[in-house]
Design a protein around this ligand. Sequence first.
Ligand code: PLP
Length: 394
Amino acid sequence: MTGGRFGVHGGQYIPETLMNAVLELEDAYNRYKDDSQFNSELTELFNEYAGRPSRLYLAAHMTKDLGGARVYLKREDLNHTGSHKINNVLGQVLLAKKMGKKRVIAETGAGQHGVATATAAALMGLECEIFMGREDTERQALNVYRMKLLGACVHEVTSGTATLKDAVSETMREWTNRIEDTHYVLGSVMGPHPFPTIVRDFQAVISKEIKEQLMEKEGRLPDVVMACVGGGSNAIGTFYHFIEDESVKLIGCEAAGRGINTAETAATISVGSLGIFHGMKSYFCQDKYGQIAPVYSISAGLDYPGIGPEHAYLHDIGRAEYVPVTDEEAVEAFEYLSQKEGIIPAIESAHAVAYARKIVPHMDKNQIVVITISGRGDKDCAAIARYRGEDIYE
Ligand SMILES: *Cc1c(COP(=O)(O)O)cnc(C)c1O
């Protein structure tokens, strides 16, 4: 790895004051990533605490209904705390502990990553502080309560648009203030090197399991693996062990919001351009002056104005395909999976289900598609009801 580049993307575009922190992190990660003790502790946490391996479920009704390829669901929604985020967080908090850190800090948008980080900090006995935009603390009061219940301190961020991107900036600033005893648990495959690599390695357990489970059930590789993309951590986790298998198509589903022809979108690959933000070079939604554009999606987990550098690279070389999915398509898929399979997906994950509904009918009956269900949808029920014009208690 040369400076954490993926083609032209990635790198370390950070103030000098953070350089020591990321170098220390890179050293520690290189020391522990192949350490058998570290890996057996992490596997124990994955299995005994998070509930891995997550199931690979044959969605028989969906398969029959769509009349094309066989559809499998990778059930990350069944993990402790309800999404794939726990994979990354257990890895990073364990690493922080090995590094002798006493305190972890993290950004959060809707609160899912904040809750997962507070959970792992409670488990491993570290202090925890979460930075969250004021807009989001108001929209996601229940998650703020959860984080506090788990023993974390929650800071409201009022700068900028007071949402996720501002929370990331504020957490980076806080890290420069106190690097000796603090680790920044970044929530997706973004930010300066080594974060995109660390987070990807901890999430790669998803594709490792898919490969083993599908080999057992079908004796072969899938034809397509697909996942939703915000920063891109569940998607890169889903892709990683298939990148070398050229026959496997990799599809990332971005949030188009109200459509890629409107300003209310978060589909970075579709509408973004090359830029530098949050310590990395990648694609970002920007205005004509190169300022980061406000983004929108019905799904709070996908409305980040950038995409991880490894995805930007996989897009450049044509290895993975990135497609936009609108709010309306995602809401329909949210209802579809609930009714067809009795599985309520996170609205983020529903973006991948929506695109599968488009392509599966055109595929052959002996082909196989795996969709990662990144999280469960309980958190989204009130918002989707509202979208459909029904007001219910949250
Ligand atoms: C946070 C989140 C996402 C988006 O993050 P990625 O890093 O792109 O995976 C997707 N789904 C769920 C359920 C989430 O909580």
